[in-house]
Design a protein around this ligand. Structure first.
Ligand code: NAD
Length: 260
């Protein structure tokens, strides 16, 4: 197979969680452009429907369903709906997450700690386990968990350091290795993407604070935030046969942020 053909996803079926907007929407569009049929879930129905229409406009069969990634029964129904509609699941992008806590660690309520860890880490187990059951039956699949530079380093936005978010994202890296170890022999590859600062709805609020924006830019050797589309190549690479000997890796795309 030619090298560019290895990136094609024709006839594959992908799930992207949190695919209504931001990076999840971008991931869904990239997978569809490479040929995949895509199912997205989210809690934002209007944005979800808009993204579904954009996917359909690319000529791909697409589905949006409301499903909370922390709610097991909703995930059971969502996975069943995808199987009914498309008959298979080849790719899972565990993307949904909530923003960091924005307060010093000593002020984080227990309930907020639990919610961030549940949404940003445990959800990848809840969704991954359910989708992997279908992939194990089929004998193949590619799972991509969305980590962060905070899988490796703590945010430096003193006096707060978003510790809960960073702990959850560090867990995503280890969950990725654990899933990869468990399922490698059964044809499922599991890798993670660790992006640096990208301008999205999630980062827009903090990026409006000049001090935060300037610090993030100064801490990034390339001297800028990333664009939404700058993760698409790596995402399609991990989803496709182009990365067929790769599992358990955490791929960093951060403009050099973790060099220093
Ligand atoms: N933007 C960045 O700079 C950046 C950097 C590193 C990693 N990331 C990661 O990339 C991913 C996407 O981030 P983004 O910036 O596009 O954020 P975003 O807030 O714009 O998008 C997240 C999406 O997930 C959905 N979501 C949240 N909780 C959910 C739940 N319980 N069930 C279902 N859907 C839910 C939201 O509604 C939203 O559509 C996240 O995992 C984030 O941590 C982002």
């Amino acid at each position: 197979m030619g090298v560019l053909e290895q990136f094609r996803l024709d006839d594959r079926v992908a799930i992207v969680t949190g695919g209504a907007r931001g990076l999840g929407r971008q991931h869904a569009l990239a997978l569809a452009e490479a040929g995949a049929r895509v199912a997205i879930c989210d809690l934002l129905d209007d944005a979800g429907e808009r993204t579904r229409a954009e996917l359909a406009a690319l000529g791909r069969d697409a589905l949006y369903a409301r499903a909370d990634v922390t709610a097991g029964e909703q995930l059971d129904s969502f996975v069943q709906e995808v199987m009914r509609r498309f008959g298979r699941i080849d790719i899972l992008v565990n993307n949904a997450a909530m923003p960091s806590e924005g307060v010093p660690l000593s002020d984080v309520p227990d309930e907020l700690w639990r919610k961030i860890v549940d949404t940003n880490l445990s959800s990848m187990f809840y969704v991954g386990k359910r989708v992997a059951a279908r992939m194990l039956a089929a004998g193949s699949g590619s799972i991509i968990n969305i980590g962060s530079i905070n899988s490796f380093v703590i945010s430096n936005i003193a006096p707060r350091h978003n510790v809960t978010y960073c702990v959850a994202k560090a867990g995503v890296a280890q969950l990725t290795r654990g899933m990869a170890a468990e399922w490698a022999k059964q044809g499922i590859r599991v890798n993670a993407l660790a992006p640096g600062y990208i301008l999205t709805d999630q980062t827009a609020a903090s990026a409006k604070i000049p001090e935060v924006y300037e610090r993030n830019v100064a801490n990034t050797p390339m001297g800028r935030y990333g664009r939404l589309d700058e993760l698409s190549g790596a995402l399609v690479f991990l989803a496709s046969d182009a990365s067929s000997f790769m599992t358990g890796s955490v791929l960093t795309l951060d403009g050099g942020y973790t060099i220093w």
